[in-house]
Design a binder for this molecule. Structure first.
Ligand SMILES: Nc1nc2c(c(=O)[nH]1)N[C@H]1C(S)=C(S)[C@@H](COP(=O)(O)OP(=O)(O)OC[C@H]3O[C@@H](n4cnc5c(=O)[nH]c(N)nc54)[C@H](O)[C@@H]3O)O[C@H]1N2
Ligand SMILES: Nc1nc2c(c(=O)[nH]1)N[C@H]1C(S)=C(S)[C@@H](COP(=O)(O)OP(=O)(O)OC[C@H]3O[C@@H](n4cnc5c(=O)[nH]c(N)nc54)[C@H](O)[C@@H]3O)O[C@H]1N2
Ligand SMILES: [Mo]
Length: 907
């Protein structure tokens, strides 16, 4: 088959209405669509094999041939644009005979068994419809590629009908180009770019298996557990992209997950975690009963007993030491409803603002920096702006690994001509695709971003209209920024001045320019400063309030945006209203006097514990024993507490080493509620499974403890929907987001009433503070964490594709075999100097401690710099991280650590 690709842009983009005839019936439609599309909308099913709505049409299989009156030859419906007056015949005897012949040709060498064992595969359904079966004498292509090495993908190309969907989806959606066609015509065979799937460049996104119409590429889980019998639409439990997916279950087990095709977030795509890393739910070590630790040993308890135990202990501690001796941590993995209850519990039941969540260690600088400059501490634009941006700036974001679906969209944009500027010390996948890569030294965002602003100002590349109409304080900023020449920044950042100039010119002139940032921007002593510098660039160049622009944090977990927004934040109530501004309203709604003291954030809670002032901590779905910085100090502080309540799916490190009581929560597949993604979109999660054992949804656990402590009046909830309705009543910008509306699609706040469509782009005409936003004069205060003779190397830490944070979930799935351990990435030249080889275990020491881990030699890091992930509990990377924090938000400086490598004696 030949592949003649027709891009959507070659089809007319006009939307004029027109009339055609389909099998003799008049149909009104509009231009810019294909015949296939129009026929389908009119309820006329045309068989296809190579077609997938996610892909450009290629007309390769020719099954969708139709007849057009007045045309001598049949045309392919999938690639022919509709035109006024067309008289289309879709099922004449001639066409049907041609289709049958095509199917017979495709089955000439097709194995006989699959159509019976997998009758629902699209190709097998077609064979049935046309009464075609593989001939009894069939001789499948014996030499074709077969591979069962991969934990998720089984390949048997004897079932390949060369529709090229695998190859096309790998290129067009994921951008990975794993699959290749060898030979031509009838000899065509599709192979990966390595001898096996495991050694190929495959990132295990599973798109090829998803689109394959025959099962030549199939999910291993389906082969081993059978096809799903029930599908439930929900939202992914991993990162802040918030992909929508359909969970396939059979016999109370997840057997397959497929992307929602109509989701505006992921557009029919998922990554390896969303699609495949679900087995943690069924892990044999899920905690299924409440547990109480007595004299050092755990015993199970009933829910009544555990609830009473927690209520009694908390009451005692409030009485003896005051409410401010207790801290509550909400879970960025839990729902909005659950986080709302967690902070309401702290404030209403206990009487303290000591409530926080992992946004503290993550994007608190984003929320603070953007709230201060723009008035709203959240992404200004939407993922759908990617395709409108001419320039994309990625600062400290490794999106292809940490936000793979978004990373894939950025990669597609770059491959289709968008300018990509990457600011990252490492050569990430995006950096390799970048027009300009600014490989700064870790910890030097502020001088680099200031120098970009300097070039924009000194070369008059700013948007004069935006400055005149929407910006305050421009003159003072212009005077300040003149001092930040690229030459000055080059000395501090290690990035050549000319490269800084090139990037600034591109960002300013190739607009609209859209900025995404990650933890490389925030996890620094100057985290909030760095974010404000990014906002400066957008303001200067008028890249705000319009499509394809803005400043967009890529938030971490599935619901970290929601967790903080619901009020798991010491200084903010639900809706990110400051405690002081919201006090009166919330006191009347909650029928409570709210605490007046400033609440402690997580880092301050740890300090207070060490100082003996904090006595109890309730950690909901957050393993601070593994993931907090300065692990030994954290450990000591936790040891000093009288009561630690852990509410989680698993006996995580915090539970095992410190907890007094364990409350077993159920996973997001086992409950209802909502998550909020990085682009302010509230989306439903729906229960696909019964809770495992006696585990319970977090909202029920929190509610019951509140009731046991005498505040049943404020916790009279019977469903997540009921909690959500209370949230809507206290949060104006969310009041239009009802569960009923969320049935069909997610909604982006602000969405103040039920007629409001939601807000994809903020600040289009003004800012919450008024007409103008102010440019910030951000001085550079370098981190005191410096290299010296004893610690001569600079370590930065972060993530990798297959593992997720503490690894609690991913390590209980076959992802563990795709990446078994953290590694220390080192440049070839440093490795050579130290005589290290890949896989060798070394001792890595910082001023805080020493750990052992294997090295991996890679060109991705510069000489003198190192990179390590923090997913492996046994390696305990965070023993090395220091106590330095962002001056505004206390966010730890995970990204800069001075270290030394020592060789280990041969064992
Ligand atoms: N697969 C996977 N996905 C995840 C997670 C996971 O653990 N695994 N975790 C989730 C969570 S909680 C979060 S918060 C997000 C995080 O997502 P990201 O922010 O993308 O993740 P990181 O790897 O921590 O850091 C991003 C980049 O910052 C760079 N960097 C380091 N120092 C600097 C610096 O000084 N300046 C600049 N400009 N860059 C620097 C690093 O080299 C790294 O490439 O990912 C989420 N998604
Ligand atoms: N060195 C280094 N350390 C870092 C970072 C770094 O870049 N470098 N990044 C930091 C960042 S950004 C973050 S966000 C933190 C992440 O740190 P954590 O939040 O501790 O990491 P997760 O692995 O996301 O763990 C969340 C916990 O939630 C549980 N869980 C999952 N679903 C549910 C649920 O529905 N209910 C309940 N109750 N529990 C649930 C899981 O079992 C797991 O124990 O790590 C931080 N630590
Ligand atoms: Mo995070």
């Amino acid at each position: 088959m030949s592949v003649a690709v027709q891009t959507p842009s070659q089809l007319s983009s006009a939307t004029d209405s027109l009339r055609v005839g389909i099998n003799g019936k008049p149909v009104d439609t509009s231009a810019g669509r294909t015949i296939l599309d129009v026929c389908r909308s009119a309820g006329v099913a045309i068989p296809t094999l190579c077609h997938d709505d996610r892909l450009k049409s290629c007309g390769a299989c020719r099954l969708c041939l139709v007849h057009l009156k007045g045309r001598p030859n049949l045309v392919t419906a999938c690639s022919t644009p509709i035109a006024a007056g067309m008289e289309i015949e879709t099922h004449t005897a001639e066409i049907e005979a041609t289709r049958r012949t095509l199917l017979e040709l495709l089955t000439a060498n097709y194995p006989t068994e699959p159509p019976q064992t997998f009758p629902d595969k699209p190709f097998h359904r077609l064979l049935r419809d046309y009464g075609v079966s593989p001939p009894a004498t069939t001789a499948p292509h014996a030499a074709r590629f077969r591979d069962h090495t991969h934990p998720y993908l089984a390949v048997d190309m004897t079932r390949c009908v060369t529709c090229f969907r695998c190859l096309r989806i790998c290129n067009e959606l994921q951008g990975q180009s794993v699959w290749h066609a060898l030979h031509r015509g009838a000899d065509t065979t599709i192979v990966p770019d390595g001898p096996t799937m495991l050694t190929s460049s495959c990132v295990s996104c599973g798109a090829c298996a998803d689109t394959c119409p025959t099962g030549a590429i199939e999910d291993q889980s389906v082969l081993h557990r059978g096809a799903p019998t029930r599908w439930t639409r929900t939202t992914c439990p991993y990162c802040g992209v918030g992909c929508e997916m359909n969970v396939g279950t059979r016999d109370r087990q997840i057997v397959q997950i497929r992307p929602a095709l109509d989701s505006p977030v992921n557009k029919g795509h998922l990554c390896v975690k969303g699609r495949y890393a679900f087995d943690f739910v069924h892990s044999p070590d899920r905690v299924t009963e409440p547990m109480i630790r007595e004299h050092g040993t755990w015993r199970t308890a009933s829910w009544d007993e555990a609830t009473a135990f927690v209520a009694t202990r908390l009451r005692q501690i409030v009485e003896e030491h005051g409410a401010h001796s207790i801290g509550v941590l909400g879970s960025a993995r839990g729902t909005n409803e659950e986080n709302y209850l967690a902070q309401k519990f702290a404030r209403v039941v206990l009487g303290t603002n000591n409530v926080d969540c992992c946004a503290r260690v993550c994007h608190a600088p984003t929320a603070a920096g953007m709230k201060r400059t723009l008035g709203t501490g959240a992404a200004t634009n939407s993922f759908d702006d990617i395709e409108h941006a001419r320039t994309i700036l990625a600062c400290g974001s490794n999106a292809t690994e940490a936000h793979p679906i978004l990373g894939a969209r950025i990669r597609q944009a770059a491959m289709h001509g968008a300018t990509l500027i990457v600011i990252d010390p490492r050569e990430t996948e995006l950096a390799r695709l970048a027009t300009v890569h600014l490989a700064l030294h870790p910890g030097t965002n502020v001088p680099l971003l200031n120098a970009l602003a300097n070039v924009i100002v000194t070369e008059n590349l700013y948007d004069a209209t935006a400055i005149r109409e929407r910006i305050a304080d421009a003159e003072a900023f212009f005077a300040f920024i003149r001092e930040w020449t690229p030459e000055r920044a080059a000395k501090l950042t290690g990035v050549p001045a000319e490269r800084i100039r090139a990037a600034a010119r591109l960002y300013a002139t190739q607009s609209p320019s859209m900025c995404f940032h990650g933890l490389g921007a925030t996890e620094h002593t100057q985290g909030t400063d760095g974010v404000m510098c990014l906002v400066n660039l957008a303001l200067l160049t008028g890249n705000f309030g319009k499509p394809g622009s803005g400043v967009n944090p890529l938030r971490g977990q599935n619901n970290v945006q929601g967790s903080a927004h619901m009020g798991c934040e010491p200084s903010h109530l639900t809706g990110y209203v400051s405690v002081d501004d919201g006090r009166a309203a919330f006191e009347s709604i909650w029928n409570t006097t709210l605490p007046r003291d400033r609440g402690l954030n997580l880092m301050e809670m740890i300090d207070a514990a060490a100082a003996g002032q904090l006595k109890a901590l309730w950690a909901i779905g957050y393993d601070i024993a593994h993931t907090n910085p300065n692990a030994s100090a954290t450990r000591q502080a936790l040891h000093a507490l009288d009561l630690i309540i852990v509410q989680d799916l698993f006996m995580n490190k915090l539970a095992r080493e410190h907890a007094h009581v364990f409350l077993p929560a159920c996973s997001s597949f086992e409950k209802d509620g909502t998550f909020m993604n990085s682009e302010r979109r509230v989306q439903r999660i729906r229960q696909a499974l019964e809770p495992t054992g006696n585990s319970r949804p977090d909202w029920i656990i929190i509610r019951d403890i509140a009731r046991a402590m005498g505040r049943g009046d404020q916790f009279d909830f019977h469903s997540p929907g009921g909690i959500w309705d209370e949230i809507r009543s206290v949060w104006n910008a969310g009041s239009g987001i009802s569960y009923a509306r969320l049935e069909s699609a997610g909604l982006q706040w602000p969405c103040p009433d039920e007629q409001h469509p939601g807000t994809p782009i903020l600040h289009t005409t003004s800012f919450p503070y008024g007409a103008r936003a102010a440019l910030q004069r951000v001085e550079f205060h370098a981190t005191p964490e410096n290299i010296d003779e004893k610690y001569p190397l600079l370590l930065t830490t972060g993530r990798s594709l297959f593992q997720f944070n503490a690894g609690t979930m991913t390590n209980r799935t076959p992802n563990a075999s795709l990446r078994a351990t953290d590694t220390l990435d080192i440049s070839p030249s440093d490795a050579q100097t130290m005589e290290l080889v890949t896989g060798e275990r070394i001792c890595l020491s910082s001023r805080r401690g020493s750990i052992e881990m294997p090295v991996r030699i890679t060109e991705n890091v510069k000489p003198g710099e190192l990179f390590a992930t923090f997913h492996s509990e046994d390696i305990a990377l965070n023993e090395l991280i220091g106590a330095l924090r962002d001056s505004v938000t206390s966010t730890p400086e995970y990204k800069v650590v001075a270290v030394r490598i020592d060789k280990l004696p041969p064992s």
